[in-house]
Write a protein that binds this ligand. Structure first.
Ligand code: PXG
Length: 462
């Protein structure tokens, strides 16, 4: 390969040049580097509406909203203008040392208007992982100030995803991540409410209660006086869109109330309308003490994360005082906050959360359920605009493929090559399109999904 120009007009680079440069210099997140080096990356060059375009100009429907974040779709000029205006006026200043700036103040106020009533305060971070790290420290600070320092244990769930920093990876329930990390003490994991993945001997409602009681069992095993908090994603996202039975969250809430345990709702994916309500806590009617947010707060146009802190906790921090030694350079970055304000105003103006609840959500849910007619699909589930289907070998009695066969990846590759981004989590194919998805785009999605399932079936027969 010829020498690659590193400067100048990059739009003139060929796909091969981009791929070569990428392979030489760029280590990607969550990647088997040897495997990727043997292949080449797909280079995404631009995006518009609900489609992304690779450098060759191939148009691909973005069924994952980037990484669960681009709720408004691409090419929103008003978000670009909000960032540009803010960057001209005040591109950066911090909120340390008794300073603050208008975008962070304004956004914190707007956030508390759209969140459940117990939230009147917000702490900003740069990402979802940082936000969960913040919570780990704030939970400890709270119980210290409450003079119950022995409350140290946070209960989480197997297969949860709470981010990739050390604390967030510890909170998460992904074993391979634990094996590659330093794992913090005082975090324990209980079973997830994954009915399809169970032996299905219980009804979904019974199973929901049984899985919530796993939390109670753990509390009783360790002693309630040692338990600080429980953390959960309202719907587990990266773990495979695990939608809990409707009995699960009310029982979790009862347990947290009964033992005085803080409830943390990780809303990084479910926040800002993904389930057709502003937050998963609204959808499942829980009353969390903390909510983690990121992703959809800016539709991914700029990085921003944060924590909603309930009055129960914030009032203790404020009344008892003492410095809380924690913060990030980019806590409440002005440009990110300006984009978040415009993003939320757009969601409100265009009634997009209502659209997910009443219009495109129910439409796609109905069409999605049709996939269960395909011989390879054992279950198709969706809440709001967050869904999954399960690829199975046999439907009755249900039998899954051997994990090593990589059937999910096979199907996902067909999907991407046929113009639709969905993600494979083992043999579970997941989807989370932008809220602006049209009915015809939803139909296109379904047509491609069906066709690619057929292709996968043919591969398996060959
Ligand atoms: N909590 C939840 C519930 C998440 O989904 C994080 C925290 C961490 O956020 P940051 O901004 O630090 O990445 C996430 C992130 C996937 C995938 O493959 C999902 C996430 C991130 C990367 C990949 O589904 N979720």
């Amino acid at each position: 390969m010829a020498a690659i120009e590193k400067t100048g007009d990059t739009s003139k680079r060929s796909r091969e040049d981009w791929q070569e440069l990428d392979a030489r210099h760029h280590l990607h997140p969550f990647t088997d580097h040897k495997d990727l080096h043997a292949k080449r990356s797909r280079i995404i060059a631009r995006a518009e509406g609900n489609y992304i375009y690779d450098v060759d100009g191939n148009k691909i429907l973005d069924g994952m909203s980037g990484l669960w974040c681009v709720s408004l779709g691409y090419g929103r000029e008003s978000l670009v203008q909000a960032a540009a205006k803010q960057m001209r006026e005040l591109p950066y200043y911090n909120n340390f040392f008794q300073c603050a700036h208008p975008p962070a103040i304004e956004l914190s106020s707007i956030l508390t208007e759209i969140s459940p009533p117990q939230f009147n305060r917000v702490f900003f971070a740069g990402s979802g992982s940082e936000s969960n790290d913040t919570i780990v420290r704030m939970v400890r600070r709270y119980w210290d100030l409450m003079e119950q320092p022995e409350r140290r244990v946070i209960i989480s769930r197997k297969n949860a995803y709470h981010g990739s920093t050390v604390a967030a990876a510890t909170l998460g329930g992904m074993k391979p991540m634990h094996e590659q990390s330093v794992v913090l003490p005082d975090v324990v994991h209980v079973d997830q409410p994954y009915w399809f993945g169970s032996d299905r001997s219980l009804s979904p409602d019974e199973f929901g209660i049984a899985m919530a009681r796993k939390i109670e069992d753990k509390i009783l095993e360790l002693g309630a006086e040692k338990i600080a908090a429980f953390i959960g994603e309202p719907v587990q996202g990266a773990g495979g869109v695990i939608i809990p039975p409707s009995t699960y969250w009310p029982e979790v809430q009862r347990i947290c109330d009964e033992y005085g345990i803080l409830l943390i709702s990780d809303e990084v994916i479910t926040g800002f309308g993904r389930l057709g309500e502003w937050f998963g806590a609204d959808y499942f009617k829980t009353r969390p003490d903390f909510m983690t947010f990121a992703k959809g707060v800016t539709s991914g146009y700029l990085p921003l994360g944060g924590v909603f802190v309930s009055d129960r906790v914030a009032e203790v921090l404020i009344d008892k005082g003492g410095e809380f030694y924690h913060g990030y350079t980019y806590s409440g970055h002005p440009a990110s906050c300006a984009v978040a304000i415009e993003n939320i105003r757009t969601l409100q103006r265009e009634k997009l959360v209502e659209r997910v609840r009443d219009d495109i959500g129910p439409y796609l849910q109905k069409r999605w359920a049709e996939l269960t007619d395909h011989p390879l699909v054992g279950e198709a589930r969706m809440a709001g605009l967050m869904g999954a289907f399960e690829i199975v070998k046999e439907k009755s009695p249900m039998q899954r493929f051997d994990e090593k066969a990589g059937v999910g990846s096979m199907c996902r590759d067909h999907l991407v090559n046929n113009g639709l981004i969905m993600r494979a989590v083992g043999d579970t194919i997941i989807v989370a399109p932008p809220f602006t998805l049209s009915e015809s785009e939803a139909d296109e999605m379904m047509e491609i999904a069906w066709r690619c399932l057929d292709m996968t079936q043919r591969d398996l027969a060959a």
